[in-house]
Write a protein that binds this ligand. Structure first.
Ligand SMILES: Nc1nc2c(ncn2[C@@H]2O[C@H](COP(=O)(O)OP(=O)(O)OP(=O)(O)O)[C@@H](O)[C@H]2O)c(=O)[nH]1
Ligand SMILES: [Mg+2]
Length: 293
């Protein structure tokens, strides 16, 4: 029996649905999803294993022009995804015109490896717009295969997966067959808490937050977690906590519910807030939080 394996990297503008698609392929909520741009900050592997294949998907941050060092590190993850891909999935959403960063788009036009252009969110469109968009993208990226999909409604997702399998090279597995991701448990705790912060706070707050889990103690029937929500300034600390602690409590309750599902175990979370001045611009702090910095 031949075995296929390879890296399938999802790239595209912010908010187009990259993380939604990766979760749909893997069948688990590995990546957090919100309606805000720049939800994903890391490169996250989602591994789909079969008897004769191993598809190693990468979810990546949306492509932006970096304004501070954290964003530079985020774009380094995207660059690395260009470099080791066996198949590139370039995702656009219906109505969108071209990449925010032209250099990335040029790289894509010159790509030697297969590119599948996934036109996502077609559930929001009608046939005429869809046909116009397919034609537009075919002109922009003549070498790419275009697949209209809805990651949210699982439309055409299996077909794209089967096409990926056809394109993958013959290779032995890169990871153990029972492994689903490259990230440790604490990463998913941090991300789940960050998702709730993206959902419940406005303006620059979510973008000024990093989460670090200091304690993850797993007993037979409960996981005890203590995490720090790091903000950049004193004023942001008060906003995160909220009146009589109501805001942070809500974050904790919602994160706990999601994590109980994720780990299939009872979870107890303790959250507190710390000011870590300008962490987004400090290479030392960024390295500590798992960015290349
Ligand atoms: N209608 C519709 N909405 C979708 C679809 N796929 C994703 N979304 C929504 O689009 C928003 C962004 O989805 P994400 O998966 O977080 O997008 P992303 O590309 O990972 O975003 P970043 O990590 O910020 O770059 C969320 O509100 C999703 O529910 C789709 O097929 N149809
Ligand atoms: Mg994402």
């Amino acid at each position: 029996m031949t075995h296929k394996a390879g890296f399938v990297n999802i790239i595209g503008n912010p908010n187009v649905g990259k993380s939604t698609l990766m979760n749909a392929f893997v069948g688990e909520k590995l990546s957090i999803i919100t309606s805000k741009a720049q939800t994903t900050r890391h490169r996250i592997l989602g591994i789909v294993n079969g008897d004769d294949f191993q598809v190693i998907l990468s979810d990546t941050p949306g492509i932006i022009k970096p304004a501070y060092e954290l964003q530079t590190s985020m774009m380094d993850f995207v660059k690395s995804a260009f470099e080791d891909a066996d198949v590139l999935l370039y995702m656009v959403e219906i109505g969108e015109k071209a990449l925010k960063d032209e250099n990335f788009f040029k790289k894509l036009q010159n790509s030697k490896i297969p590119v599948l252009l996934l036109l996502n969110k077609i559930d929001k469109s009608d046939q005429q717009i869809l046909e116009e968009q397919m034609q537009y993208w075919q002109e922009q990226l003549p070498s790419a295969e275009i697949h209209p999909i809805s990651a949210l409604e699982n439309f055409n997702v299996t077909e794209v997966f089967n096409r990926i399998l056809e394109l993958l090279p013959e290779a032995p597995p890169y990871y153990p067959k029972d492994q689903m991701t490259d990230k440790p448990e604490r990463f998913f705790v941090n991300e789940t808490i960050r998702e709730k912060i993206l959902l419940h706070y406005k303006k620059e707050i979510p973008y000024s937050v990093e989460v670090e889990t200091e304690e993850f103690l797993e007993d037979e029937d409960i996981i005890r977690i203590r995490s720090v929500i790091m903000v950049e300034r004193d004023t942001q600390k008060g906003i995160i906590i909220g009146h009589k602690g109501a805001a942070i409590k809500k974050v904790g309750v919602e994160a706990r519910k999601d994590l109980e599902k994720f780990f299939a175990k009872q979870v107890h979370i303790e959250l507190y807030v710390k000011v870590n001045k300008n962490w987004r611009s400090s290479s030392q702090q960024l390295r500590r939080f798992g960015y290349n910095g």
